[in-house]
Design a protein around this ligand. Structure first.
Ligand code: UD1
Ligand code: CA
Length: 454
């Protein structure tokens, strides 16, 4: 039903976030590896927002860039001076004047707003309200605008500093987000004045004005998490915790086994297939995909990596950007993979660094193998052919190629290409000195500093 209606979403992001004591704009702080602003923009898109306007403050170039990264068609409006929430909304006046059916106003620092909540607000408009307010009942209402009802009708919102004693006792509060019917939105917004204790243009005055125009304003109630605002670093952490719980729950509902869910940290774009098992204490950075039946074992850290079907990662593995493991690959403990394709069934089970490389199907990379990809100036590639065997503790000095089926003796330093099916041993020959150790023992401590005679 709301699908056919056009919807302009105006996201207010002109705040400076002074209470976070950070040099970064507040809405660019991240939870689950995504900016607060991006979370809000995602929710708007999922709720059917067809046009997006983002209101930034003076010097909000970084915020504008993030907005257009997430929604390339987003229009950016600048509110040069902070003169209140209604003043901020009117920065996007030209977009409202195009008269979309629905106008959603959302704060950029309430990242947990769910698309279904925004959709419920839009439904209120489709059912004939001129204005829909998102209400909630906080444990502590201090600081919030109170919703003043007469019977079932919303008659006003009173900001705390302007509220009377009786109004302050009201438990139902304004969550901040509001939805306006497009055709009357501008008429209402332009009548808002700044005759209050702060001298600001309050968006919340829209309710009383709508009523004076004979239009209906309604409240939709939601849970506190939906409207949780981020003003401090502590609130940022609380919001992260709530989002992590949502992400873990969604993963489990989709068929993933999280052995100890509270110890696994996900990103909002983490994709885990069916029957994937994630052991305790695993961190997923942004851009990770894990296909069906793979196992991610404890204490592993994955970032912009792909794990193929049935593969096994960890414990204590690190997959860095560009790591692509195909099916049934084994990456074991203390192995780091960066910008490398590990083809089907290949194994690197212990203590390795594989960077800027291709490891062919079925190859075995022995313990302690290092691809020496960097010489202090440039980065170079290592190519290991199918079914090759790299003996333990070898250094593969890139650029270098190990042919299919080749065998590298353990402890080798490989600086030249190895042909297919060849043996390469890149280390000094072993020397044997008969009786040397016994003679040294018998010579006693006095002569220890000198090497015993050959
Ligand atoms: C606002 C509501 C209050 C509600 C509360 C919920 C108003 C007048 N009050 O109060 O009823 O209970 O949110 O959290 O709307 N902003 C701008 N430009 C401005 C002013 C604000 O972009 O000139 C942005 C801020 O960055 C922020 C949002 O609007 O994202 C809300 O502003 P804020 O000053 O935090 O409003 P509150 O006083 O919390
Ligand atoms: Ca606020």
């Amino acid at each position: 039903m709301t699908d056919e209606r056009t919807c302009l979403a105006i996201v207010l992001a002109a705040g400076e976030g002074t209470r976070m004591r950070s040099t970064r704009p507040k809405v660019l702080r991240t939870i689950a590896s995504r900016s607060l602003l991006a979370h809000v923009l995602d929710a708007v898109r999922e709720a059917g927002g067809t046009m997006t306007a983002v209101v930034v403050g003076a010097g909000g170039d970084g915020v504008a860039a993030e907005a257009t990264r997430v929604v390339p068609a987003a229009e950016i409006f600048v509110q040069a001076e902070r003169r209140g929430t209604a003043h901020a909304v009117l920065a996007a006046k030209s977009a409202i004047a195009r008269m979309p059916d629905d106008v959603l106003v959302i704060f950029g620092d309430t990242p947990l707003i769910r698309p279904q909540t925004l959709s419920r607000m839009r439904r209120g408009l489709a059912d004939g309200a001129a204005l829909v307010v998102l209400g909630f009942r906080p444990k502590d209402p201090t600081g919030y605008g109170r919703l003043v009802l007469e019977g079932n009708e919303l008659v006003a919102i009173r900001e705390e500093i302007d509220a009377s004693e009786t109004e302050r006792a009201i438990g139902l509060c304004n969550g901040g987000s509001m939805a306006f019917a497009g055709p009357t939105a501008l008429a209402i917004l332009e009548r808002i004045g700044n005759d209050n204790r702060k001298g600001e243009y309050y968006l919340t005055d829209a309710i009383a004005i709508a009523r004076s125009m004979g239009r209906k304003a309604i409240v939709i109630e939601t849970e506190e998490d939906d409207v949780r605002g981020v003003n401090t670093n502590a609130q940022l952490a609380e919001t992260e915790a709530v989002l992590q719980q949502r992400l873990r729950k969604a993963a489990m509902e989709a068929g993933v086994t999280l052995v100890a869910p509270e110890t696994v940290f996900l990103s909002s774009d983490t994709k885990l297939g069916r029957d994937v098992v994630v052991e305790p204490f695993v961190v997923f950075g942004a851009g990770v995909t894990v296909e069906d039946n793979a196992v991610i074992r404890s204490f592993s850290h994955l970032d912009r990596a792909h794990v193929g079907k049935g593969a096994s990662v960890g414990p204590y593995a690190r997959l860095r950007p560009g790591a692509r493991l195909e099916e049934d690959v084994h990456i074991g403990n203390f192995v780091e993979v960066k910008e490398a394709v590990i083809e089907t069934g290949a194994k690197a089970n212990h203590l390795s660094y594989i960077g800027d490389a291709t490891v062919g199907a079925g190859a075995n990379v022995g313990a302690g193998t290092i691809t020496c990809n960097y010489d202090g100036v440039g980065k170079y590639r290592t190519e290991i052919g199918k079914n090759a065997f790299i003996g333990s503790n070898s250094a593969l000095v890139a650029p270098v190629r190990i042919g299919e089926g080749a065998y590298v003796g353990s402890g080798s330093v490989i600086t030249r290409d190895v042909p297919p099916d060849a043996l390469a041993v890149g280390r000094g020959r072993q020397e044997i000195k008969e009786g040397w150790a016994r003679r040294r023992r018998e010579a006693g401590p006095a002569t220890r500093k000198k090497a015993p005679a050959k």
